[in-house]
Design a protein around this ligand. Structure first.
Ligand code: BDR
Ligand code: CA
Length: 310
């Protein structure tokens, strides 16, 4: 099984990614670390605890990390004013958060993994603040991380937070610069690929019908926080950005990508814009550029449905 830490700012598609990971026996999820992003830190922690609560995984540590970005002014997502997901949308008991700081947990777990020779995968689906801080804590931390699968950036396509920048990177570009420059291999899932797969109302109905309490909660969230944008996507439905990182761990053959050195613009009008140098010598990272939409959607549906079985 692949040892994974999910660093997240739930967030509706974060919720889908967490539920998908916990419905996937190939993954050994070691902890859920939260960061401020879509909403403030206490709301991302509450949301993560409620999402994990839907799965009954009371053994899984869920904890809070950075309250805000390293250097820039804090920005939130579109639904910042709502904060934590309204209780009736999710239902079910929440797990109790662990008191360990998320940054310390990532650093401690990575160092132990380096020592054991079983380096971790970090699934980064929020601003990169926690991961940048953890990488700075001790040289062994980077050695204990096999790769970071990261939803973030926009390479050839427009951003959505600004014309140049995707939210996760825009929200903490200094952290992204540290992570991208750390030497830890990165697999980046920019908007270019995450917007190639859209989930329609029929898919939401399938989450509800097949996924038990977890599927019903996800369907409620997707109905409440409409993600469709026909003007942008040219057809009905909306993307689920964050679960693509999980899908790639399970079925990399569904994706195409290119090796690249990945960078980020920090400061100025284009702050948070990302670029990929496909001609860099011996790049250690990759940008995912294409996905088999039908197979990806089916995989997400199946893994959410795993929560409804039995
Ligand atoms: C990313 O930002 C948030 O809106 C989502 O949770 C996702 O991680 C998409 O740009
Ligand atoms: Ca997210």
């Amino acid at each position: 099984r692949i040892p994974v830490i999910i660093d997240t700012d739930p967030g509706v598609d974060d919720a889908a990614a967490i539920l998908m990971a916990l419905g996937s026996p190939e993954l050994d999820v070691l902890g859920i670390t939260t960061v401020a992003g879509n909403v403030g830190l206490s709301a991302t922690l509450t949301n993560a605890c409620r999402i994990v609560g839907l799965t009954g995984r009371t053994d899984l540590p869920v904890m809070a990390g950075a309250r805000g970005p390293l250097m820039r002014d804090q920005v939130f997502g579109k639904y910042a004013a709502i904060g934590a997901f309204p209780v009736p949308l999710l239902g079910g008991p929440a797990v109790v958060p662990s008191s360990e700081n998320a940054v310390r947990f990532i650093a401690r777990t990575a160092r132990a993994a380096a020592e054991a020779g079983t380096p971790l995968t970090i699934c980064a689906i929020g601003p990169l603040t926690n991961i940048a801080l953890a990488l700075g804590m001790h040289p062994d931390v980077g050695r204990g991380i096999r790769r970071i699968v990261c939803m973030g950036g926009a390479i050839a396509t427009q951003g959505h937070r600004t014309p140049w920048a995707e939210f996760n990177i825009y929200a903490d570009p200094h952290a992204a610069e540290i992570v991208f420059g750390s030497g830890v291999p990165l697999v980046l899932f920019p908007l270019d690929v995450t917007t190639q797969a859209l989930f329609t109302e029929a898919h939401v109905a399938e989450f509800r019908a097949r996924g038990g309490a977890a599927g019903r909660a996800l369907a409620n969230l997707l109905t409440e926080y409409d993600r469709s944008d026909p003007e942008r996507y040219g057809r009905p439905g909306g993307p689920l950005h964050d679960p693509m990182t999980i899908a790639w761990l399970l079925r990399p053959e569904l994706f195409t990508g290119r090796a690249a050195r990945i960078g980020v613009q920090v400061g100025g009008a284009t702050s948070g814009s990302t670029f990929a140098d496909f001609k860099a010598p011996q790049p250690r990272s990759a940008v995912i550029t294409g996905v088999d939409e039908a197979a990806y959607v089916a995989l997400v549906l199946d893994r959410i449905a795993a929560h409804g079985a039995g």
